[in-house]
Design a protein around this ligand. Structure first.
Ligand code: AMP
Ligand code: MG
Length: 407
């Protein structure tokens, strides 16, 4: 059995970042930047007022006091979106509003509530320091600065910054298109009646959701019967995708044909039987194609939780890499076991746990039955506790947890 870390190395060494496309800024949220973005100009482009008030020269007010106010001539007015008609002369103040460019000659602003306007003069009763309430040119961004680097996942603030530097089109890494195939004679598609001995296809849907969460674009390849030709044909369709996932039919039973179908497609197999529970039988292969190089294929186990956990451990990092992300791993925290966490088998356990906060950290407790068919205990899980084989984590002892969602 291959250790999980080595299995992941074998996967990641065989997937590469996809090409890029340009999208309108309005569509760039949650995409991954494909190139560094440099600012073409300073932001703000000129010094401007951060308050509604009066622009002036600080030096003119150095002796101002309540007893001996300084009176400045009101020489002009500048609102946001306009520029002053002339320079400010010594002894003058210009009415100014938030966001308006500071007139030449001025070096400070006094807020309107701090002065008394007396017709053609304003009366200042305290010294104003040079730079007060002035946002200097380039305060946020300087021209030529790299404001975002490639590989950056674009959230709302990044989108705002791209707008601020005037990027209408954004180069982003292509979303991986991921073909998803379920296999099994017992699997009925949703919306079709359940025949004798049949169950619903849940894997296609949980995997689709996981693909979307990992930034991919799922392509449904349906359900193939446990039949070598049928599976081969569906996988062949899927070769148009950037990556393929199948579930079930990958063990060594009489009805397990996925690996033979991969052989028929000329796949090179890199992985089989990983030291983990759930999820031991997982195959990873690459299928050579004429276009765009070899296609990575994951043959995941059929049990619903095994499929999800092996996706989490191997497919997700592969998709993130293809999608241009630089960070591929989930956060791992150390929690204390709220009650004993037992991993009875020989394989390393990835046990479903709920997390709660306690002073200074987290508590972890098993979410219930850990069988690989129990989706309900996956639903309740905030993370996967990583427990060596044949080990019980005692109550209160530390345990590593891969965090699937924040609590
Ligand atoms: P297999 O890997 O083919 O031996 O399947 C293992 C278990 O997973 C069996 O109990 C299957 O019925 C179940 N299973 C396989 N595919 C799916 C699916 N698409 N949705 C839900 N359960 C499945
Ligand atoms: Mg089967």
């Amino acid at each position: 059995m291959i250790p999980v870390e080595e299995a992941l190395d074998r996967v990641l060494s065989r997937v590469a970042v996809l090409g890029e496309e340009c999208v309108p800024l309005g569509r760039a949220l949650h995409r991954v930047l494909a190139e560094d973005v440099l600012a073409g100009a300073d932001i703000p482009p000129w010094p401007n007022s951060s308050m509604d008030g009066y622009a002036l020269r600080g030096a003119d007010t150095s002796h101002a006091s309540a007893n001996d106010p300084v009176r400045l001539r009101l020489g002009g007015r500048v609102a946001a979106g306009a520029v002053a008609q002339r320079s400010l002369e010594p002894g003058e103040a210009f009415r100014i509003f938030t966001g308006a460019p500071l007139p030449d000659g001025a070096d400070a602003v006094i807020p309107q509530e701090d002065v008394v306007e007396e017709g053609v003069t304003v009366s200042v009763t305290r010294p104003v320091q040079r730079g007060d309430y002035v946002r200097p040119r380039g305060e946020d961004v300087t021209s030529g600065e790299t404001v975002l680097t490639r590989g950056r996942w674009l959230g709302p603030a990044e989108v705002g910054l791209l707008a601020a530097v005037g990027r209408l089109q954004v180069p982003v890494v292509n979303r991986p298109r991921v073909g998803i195939l379920s296999t099994g004679d017992e699997i009925a598609e949703l919306g079709t009646p359940l025949g004798p001995g049949q169950i619903r296809n849940s894997n296609s849907y949980s995997l689709m959701a996981q693909v979307v969460e990992a930034g991919g674009d799922p392509v449904v390849l349906g359900v193939a019967r446990d039949d070598l030709d049928a599976i081969e044909a569906r996988l062949r369709w899927g070769l148009a995708c950037d990556l393929l996932i199948s579930s079930a039919g990958v063990s060594v039973g009489d009805h397990d044909f996925v690996k033979s179908a991969l052989d028929r497609l000329g796949a090179e197999q890199h992985l089989w039987l990983v030291d983990m529970r759930p999820g031991k039988p997982i195959a990873f292969a690459t299928i050579p194609t004429e276009a765009k190089g070899a296609r990575p294929v994951f043959a995941l186990p059929g049990n619903p939780v095994s499929a999800m956990v092996t996706f989490e451990m191997f497919v997700r990092p592969a998709l993130l890499r293809m999608g241009g992300h630089t960070r591929l791993d989930r956060p791992v925290i150390v929690a204390r076991a709220q009650s004993p966490i037992d991993n009875p088998g020989r394989r390393r356990g990835y046990l479903r746990v709920a997390l709660s906060r306690e002073a200074g950290g987290y508590l972890a407790r098993l979410t219930g039955d850990q069988s690989s068919g129990i989706l309900k205990s996956m639903v309740a899980a905030d993370g996967l506790a990583v427990v060596p084989g044949n080990t019980t984590i005692a109550e209160g002892a530390p345990v590593q947890v891969i965090q699937l969602r924040t609590v």
